[in-house]
Design a protein around this ligand. Sequence first.
Ligand code: ZN
Length: 434
Amino acid sequence: MILVAGFALAQIQPARGEEEKKGFFSKIFGGGKSEEKPAEKPAEVKTESKPKSTTSSKSKSTASKPKSEPAKKPAPKPVVAEKKTQEKPKETPKVTPKVETKTAPAPQTASVNNVKNEAKPSASNPWHVIDVGGRDYITLESIRNFYNPLFGFTGFRQQGNHVWLMSNKLVIKAQVGSQELLMNNMKFILSFPIISHGSNTLISRLDLVKLVDPILNPSHIQGAEYFDTVVVDAGHGGHDAGARGVYGYEKNFALKMAQHLRTALMARGFKVVLTRSTDSFISLSGRVSIANQIPNSIFISLHLNSGGSTASGIETWALTPQNAAATISRGGGYNASGTTGNKQDSANIALASAVQARVLSTVKVVDRGIKRAQWSVLTGIKKPGILFEGGFVTNAKECLLIASDSYQKTVAVAIADAVANYRKALEPAMVNRR
Ligand SMILES: [Zn+2]
């Protein structure tokens, strides 16, 4: 679902004939819920001068602002600053994500007036960049203009704090003051809240580059490597039982799900490596080092959640991008220096989106969103990786589902389909492509 243009171009077919739901998420990643639209008909958006395409930034780009250059590629790509991430993997990953003392300087109010600098769009630069409290924000309007060649937006509507950007392929819904962004009704947790300045709705440049762009334009993700192998990591094991559920332990459900996932992936032609295939303990650093030893691979860690007795739903985690804060306080805080895994930021969010979307379209569960944290198993990974939480074992009703073979299998098949969809969507950008 999420991946729009590149995915649409890839013409990914719905897998296995289950009934697809509406929305481009289903057309693309094979998932998503039906779209939510504002009640009234949105105002028409005139097609104005289109932003020019830009050349892609390399991971070592030192550009400090989004900028455009003469069109050379068919699809636009924002060029933004990306600091180099550290090469050196963490030697002793901890059980819990590391906590930084620094916190992200986030604006306290949704509507801002501490604007330092403002760069308005011009013929050579499509981006309206506004510096708020030392952080660059981009207007939603310039995002609309930039991606309009890909999506043909037909509506741009504001109502109170809510803003919609609409085309028949894509509906983006944002809310001033909120960190949630809905794209075709898939929930993404932004690194920084949406703010407003005058009549403009603003999204942080980091969220544009690290979240919105990889999803809207996945076929242009830089440096994505071809893969034919999936390292499937069943969380916990041995003396580490994980969450204690109503009908069993997390470690056992995770292992069963991993085994179903292996079967489903192999049926789709992937090679699979399990970090554990029995009820054995393996350290987090051990999992990372297994993953890093397997060539041409991606990494999927499977977990089940714990919380209150009524907490429910699935969530998919990608590593916190550099210069952003984790979605939750225990998720590693502010990621100032970057980690090995940050080299894969764009691929990580695309993979997470593919999986979350596909599972949501297949099973009726609550969408808790695509989130970011510096989980130990993700920080040192040299390849795209995600951590999937397949429901709450502490919720009796959900745990009953999780304990069933049919749920385990259905979710595993959905994840395997998502992996295939992800590869197809990114294939045009993949290096060492077969
Ligand atoms: Zn776990």
